[in-house]
Design a protein around this ligand. Structure first.
Ligand code: GKR
Ligand code: MG
Length: 428
């Protein structure tokens, strides 16, 4: 019998749409989340009649890069990720790389090419899965798990944005507020691990919050992430205090050198999504012994295929893996879940901002994800397993236009409310 034709799906157009969705006033080391979080939705159309979805940062500079890369991709086969990667890099040849990180001023050393490639890699995998009638997990090597475990992501927060109604979570500005928030989140989602976003209050107060969580939830796996704003001395002091309680300590300091100095003095795994954020960071981090756990994030590690490469490197060099998250919608969630379902060395429950989002704020047809015991079942429909809701996309783009935000800037927003607020690294 004749061998089946090689599948192809030639890209005919790429549409990039910035959207905005309501976000609570979550506090972090650089300020506070604005009333709306921004994302860019990438829709890749092909001559096969299938479309592919990608989601990434919505900062204006990033959106412009995506649009330019999209033009460079017309005529490329969605089955050829190497070619897609080459074309994305060609679109960035003259780019100075400034801006567009979507992390509110926190991480700036991610690889530009990988950051732009990511959404197209995801969209191409979505197309391939749809053409072949298989989920993305099958294309990535096959599922090793059919459910993915997430951790609850706790934030210090105000009760509401000034001038807006209070949100359903209420204020959390001290240990009892954090415990109350954790209780609500655990009751609703069943999380078995909790992460506290630190770097907001003096470290001793944040340690008290972790201790209060331990008292309330004796079996909960706990982590704290001050986003690199502690000095080595502070990190060692707090790290030693919390050694018996924490599962790992995340980015106590900003640099590879400082985290390596901390790691030598505490008996606790160190995790990072700030000092190891691109392939270039791996050799120095490994030789310094700076981190035990890389919190990978396909949005800046170049998409799903490059994240698999990272997982292989992690396996070889005995680095442990989990996943980092930023405010995101359902396309990113589907991609994270497909990836985690095929990555055997995901060693810890992954982060997600999902509970902070309103259910009605999304661009996909609802009903795909539900949590049980902190876990989400991996979608099994072809591709990513999610479908675009065009009306919702239009509504959320209008929300973006009405919000008038052009990039994530937690610091300027904080200073508009608390004028004396200053950006400081390290802060304590
Ligand atoms: O949402 O404020 C936030 C987080 O701080 C986020 O921007 C970080 O990138 O979740 C992240 C982290 O783990 O560092
Ligand atoms: Mg982090």
């Amino acid at each position: 019998p004749a061998s089946p034709a090689t599948p192809t799906a030639t890209i005919t157009s790429v549409v990039v749409t910035p959207v905005a969705f309501a976000d609570p006033p979550l506090l972090n080391s650089v300020g506070v989340h604005e009333p709306y979080a921004l994302r860019a939705i990438v829709v890749v159309h092909t001559d096969s009649g299938h479309y592919g979805l990608g989601e990434t940062y919505g900062d204006e500079v990033h959106v412009a890069r995506l649009q330019r890369a999209g033009e460079f991709l017309v005529g490329t086969d969605a089955f050829n990720i190497n070619r897609i990667s080459e074309r994305v890099s060609a679109s960035l040849a003259e780019d100075n790389g400034a801006g567009g990180h979507g992390t509110g001023g926190m991480v700036t050393t991610t690889s530009l090419d990988d950051r732009v490639l990511s959404a197209f890699d995801v969209a191409a995998m979505d197309i391939q899965g749809k053409v072949l009638g298989v989920p993305v997990s099958t294309l990535l090597g096959g599922q090793v798990r059919d459910e993915v475990e997430f951790s609850g992501y706790l934030f210090y927060k105000w009760a509401g944005h000034p001038g807006f109604a209070e949100d359903k979570w209420g204020a959390a500005l001290d240990p009892s507020g954090i415990v109350e928030q954790a209780r609500k989140m655990v009751d609703e989602y069943g999380f078995k691990a909790l992460k506290l976003k630190g770097g907001v209050f003096p470290p001793e107060e944040e340690a008290l919050a972790i201790e209060a969580l331990r008292a309330e939830f004796p079996d909960m796996l706990l982590r704290i992430d001050p986003n690199g704003v502690w000095t080595v001395d502070t990190a060692v002091r707090i790290g030693r205090r919390l050694e018996p309680i924490l599962q790992y300590l995340e980015d106590p300091c900003l640099s590879i050198e400082d985290n390596a100095a901390v790691r030598k003095q505490i008996n606790l795994p160190l995790a990072t999504n700030m000092c190891v954020v691109s392939f270039n960071d791996l050799p120095p981090a490994l030789s310094a012994g700076a981190v035990d756990v890389v919190l990978s994030d396909h949005h800046f590690w170049g998409g799903l295929n490059r994240s698999r490469l990272l997982a292989g490197i992690a396996e070889t060099f005995k680095l442990r893996l989990s996943m980092h998250s930023n405010s995101h919608l359902g396309i990113s969630f589907a991609a994270m879940i497909q990836l985690a379902s095929v990555t055997k060395n995901v060693d810890y429950a992954c982060d997600t901002h999902w509970p902070w989002k309103l259910a009605e704020d999304d661009v996909i047809v609802p009903g795909v994800f539900s949590f049980e015991d902190g876990k989400v079942r991996v979608p099994t429909k072809p591709g990513l397993g999610v479908e675009l809701d065009n009306e919702a996309l239009a509504r959320m783009h209008q929300q973006y236009l009405d919000a008038g935000l052009k990039k994530r800037d937690d610091t300027t927003y904080m200073q508009s409310i608390v004028p004396e607020y200053e950006l400081k690294t390290p802060r304590w």
